[in-house]
Design a protein around this ligand. Sequence first.
Ligand SMILES: C[S@@+](CC[C@H](N)C(=O)[O-])C[C@H]1O[C@@H](n2cnc3c(N)ncnc32)[C@H](O)[C@@H]1O
Length: 208
Amino acid sequence: MGRTNRMQLEADKVASVREHLTFMFQYFRNPKEVGSLVPSGPVASNLMTQEIEPGHAPVLELGPGTGAFTRAILARGVAPGDLTLVETNSEFCTRLQREFPGVHVHCMNAADLVKRDLFGGKKVGAVVSGVPFLLLKPDEAMAILSAVFEVMAPKAALYQVTYGFTTPFPRDVMRELDLTATRIASTFRNAPPAAVYKLVRRTTGKRH
Ligand SMILES: C[S@@+](CC[C@H](N)C(=O)[O-])C[C@H]1O[C@@H](n2cnc3c(N)ncnc32)[C@H](O)[C@@H]1O
C-alpha cells in the first residue's frame, strides 16, 4: 500500500472515531432524542437506501445525526441539491452543514415540516428516517407522520430504521393515517442489530 493510501486510511479512521465520539456525547446529553449510542454502520445504511434513486428527487432525510444515511443516499446518485436534511440537534446540524456542502440542512423538528415550504411546492419522492419512533409517545409519532406524509408524493415511501422486532410506529397512528408498514430488510451486522421498514399509504386512499 502506498504512503498516500495509508495516510488516507489513517485520516478515515480518525474521522470515524471523531464521528462516534460526537454521537455518544450527544446521546448522553439527550438519550431520548438521539435514541442510539452509536451511528448506523455501512451495512444498515446500504439496506436503508437500497430503493433510493435520483428519480425520487427531492429526497428528504429525517434525523440524519452525523450523516450515515446521508452518505449512502448521495452514493446512490441523488444530487446534493436534491437532498434535504431535517434534524433537531444543533450540534449535528452544524456538522452536517460542514460535511455535506450543497445539501439543504434544516435544524428543526420533523413535526413542523408543514409549517414551512422547504421544497418550493414540489412533493417529496422518498423519505429516509432515523428518528427514534420507538421512544416517542403516540401523539409525537402522529405529529411527525402526519406532517411528513403531507409533504410526500402520493406513491412515495418512507424508509425507517429500527432496533426492535416489530414496526416502531404505533398501530393507532398507522390506522388513523391509513398507512401500512412492511419489513424489507434486517441485519445483525450493525450495533445494535437493525431492521428497515417501508411505510406507504394504503392503496384504498381513505384520507389522501
Ligand atoms: C438514532 S439517531 C439516527 C442518526 C442517523 N440516522 C444514524 O442512523 O446514524 C436519531 C436522530 O434523530 C434526530 N431526531 C430525533 N427526533 C427528531 C425530530 N422530531 N425531528 C428531526 N430529527 C429528530 C436525533 O437528533 C438523532 O440525530
